[in-house]
Design a binder for this molecule. Sequence first.
Ligand SMILES: O=CN(O)C[C@@H](CC1CCCC1)C(=O)N1NCCC[C@H]1C(=O)Nc1ccccn1
Ligand code: NI
Length: 186
Amino acid sequence: MYLMKDITRDGDPVLRQEAADVQFPLSAEDRKLADDMMEYLVISQDETENEKYKLRPGVGLAAPQVGESKRMAAILVPGEFEDDEPLFKGVISNPVIISHSVQDGALDMGEGCLSVDEDVAGFVPRHDRITVRYQNLDGETVKLRLKDYPAIVFQHEMDHLHGVLYYDHINQAEPWAESEDVKYIK
Ligand SMILES: O=CN(O)C[C@@H](CC1CCCC1)C(=O)N1NCCC[C@H]1C(=O)Nc1ccccn1
Ligand code: NI
């Protein structure tokens, strides 16, 4: 299982590379990578476990963050309340945004990243709504419409597959500048 020491940090060139397509059917190695990334998210979101292993809780983990320059990311977006089903739980490969809203969305608290130790303050403008197409672990093509928080998470992870980090999107001059057509998401 992955520990924080296994998470590549900003400065490692792998985080700035364009990752390679995942080939299907999945190799045993890529299947293990997918399982291990999802395992990290599950354990990190469990209070007892994350304390025990000193893990930062995460809702997403992209392969470049564990040193693998492949177009694969695990995503586990919890439901609103403790016992709810997750809003999304899955490992996506070769994702592409095939359409998106004109309206932008940004988390009202800004973002962070397990690969960036110091949080960089400011709004991270993204698309508020997206239609994403990706391959699931069986190699099937899935098309998914997302909005608000889950859409932000997907875009944060997909950025990693293109060597983009969240702070690349922040307005350095005025990090918290509000604009008209941006929806600020809780
Ligand atoms: O690429 C992937 N990453 O870098 C992990 C990031 C991904 C999210 C950042 C903003 C949108 C996606 C991540 O999850 N975080 N960022 C750093 C510390 C906090 C943590 C987080 O938001 N945790 C969380 C939130 C709700 C419930 C449980 N845990
Ligand atoms: Ni990240």
